[in-house]
Design a binder for this molecule. Structure first.
Ligand SMILES: *Cc1c(COP(=O)(O)O)cnc(C)c1O
Length: 363
């Protein structure tokens, strides 16, 4: 027992379990040639233009970054059409998710999110000791009607993810619009679009930002842009909401190399297109692989797939580790999540999966 008192929310907090790093597994099992398909990273890494841009700025490491993030906000403005006064930069979008809760929610308030939603929503709610209202999912998807109906007088914020992680499920524009119309204007809606670049057929949420001053759209450079190690995300919102967020934002929360990398990454549309193609091909490869093994999966609009192992996911996860493949248990019975890799990585995963489950692939 610790005698150091933490605040009540923190003392009950179960920390986020990140995916196993490759180096850790190498040490534990003494094997090399490990494939990590656990954290939805871009299997292509990042754009070469990002590497050049970062290399050119190494001499600046001794200086504090621009706390206002001018160059990055300029690039975001040029690309997405929102001025600096509507942009908040985050040390990854996780940093932003925490800012949203801290800026708008007090202890006596509640936050609404879906069952099977991104794990960080529950964590930030707990960390500020607010009340969590977890709304049952419909299948594996957000039930937006039920979520709107679940809003209480003390609800200050709703987290929704499109597509959602770890399920890959998505909602359409009509559902989103109907939802926004039902949410009271004093309740913040955080629309987390961490994977939006992968499926441009997803509706353009940004056009709703003018109509709904309580809407925050959150984006990250960690996934399709390939900057997971550098930690950059950004939020677009009304001027008023952005002003509050920037009051609590740490002044130097995004480092200089990360901002320089983000500018280069945002400019390199060819890299995004290539990443999208690799992801589409990999998704088709994995879906065909699951079908051949007779395994069910949840259709996804992200860079990962949730699939049904028809067995204990922890055992399957451990057996796959021994084969040199890291996937992700996500707390959903019988299911594991696999990130879409390169063709060779996907093939290695499918072979290992067939082996550990004792299944034969049917062509
Ligand atoms: C990965 C992910 C994020 C955040 O990633 P950062 O690296 O912190 O930017 C946010 N939301 C969802 C749904 C994610 O899957």
């Amino acid at each position: 027992m610790s005698f150091v008192p933490a605040n009540e929310g923190i003392s009950k907090l179960k920390p986020y379990q990140p995916g196993k790093p490759i180096s850790e597994l190498e040490r534990e099992l003494g094997i090399t040639d490990i494939v990590k398909l656990a954290s939805n990273e871009n299997p292509l890494g990042c754009s070469d233009k990002v590497k050049e841009a970062v290399a050119a700025e190494l001499a600046e490491i001794g200086r504090y970054p621009d706390g206002g993030g001018f160059i990055l906000k300029d690039q975001i403005e040029a690309q997405f059409g929102f001025g600096h006064e509507r942009i908040t930069l985050g040390n990854g979008s996780n940093d932003l998710l925490e800012m949203f809760a801290r800026a708008f929610v007090s202890e006596q308030d509640s936050i609404v999110y879906s069952q099977h939603a991104f794990a960080v929503y529950a964590l930030v709610t707990q960390a500020i000791n607010a009340q969590a209202i977890e709304v049952p999912a419909k299948g594996f998807s957000h039930d937006l009607d039920a979520m709107a109906a679940a809003i209480q007088a003390n609800t200050k914020l709703v987290f929704i993810a499109n597509p959602n992680n770890p399920t890959g499920t998505w909602f359409e524009e009509a559902e989103f619009e109907a939802f926004m119309q039902k949410v009271p204007a004093n309740v913040i809606v955080v629309l987390d679009e961490a994977y939006v670049e992968y499926f441009p057929e997803n509706f353009n949420s940004l056009k709703y930002l003018d109509q709904y001053p309580n809407l925050i759209v959150s984006r990250t450079l960690s996934k399709c842009y390939g900057l997971a190690a550098l930690r950059v995300g950004f939020a677009l919102a009304s001027v008023q909401v952005t002003d509050y967020l920037n009051r609590i934002r740490q002044p130097f929360n995004v480092n200089h190399l990360a901002m320089v990398a983000a500018v280069a990454a945002l400019k390199d549309e060819a890299f995004i297109e290539k990443s999208r193609e690799v992801n589409k091909a990999g998704m088709a490869q994995l879906e065909a692989g699951f079908k051949a093994l007779g395994l069910n999966y949840v259709p996804s609009r992200a860079n990962f797939i949730l699939f049904d192992v028809q067995a204990d996911p922890a055992q399957t996860f451990n057996a796959l580790l021994k084969e040199g493949v890291i996937v992700r248990p996500v707390g959903i019975p019988n299911h594991l999540r696999v990130s879409i890799g390169t063709e060779a990585e996907n093939a290695k995963f499918l072979t290992a999966l067939a082996k550990v489950l004792g299944l034969d692939a049917k062509a």
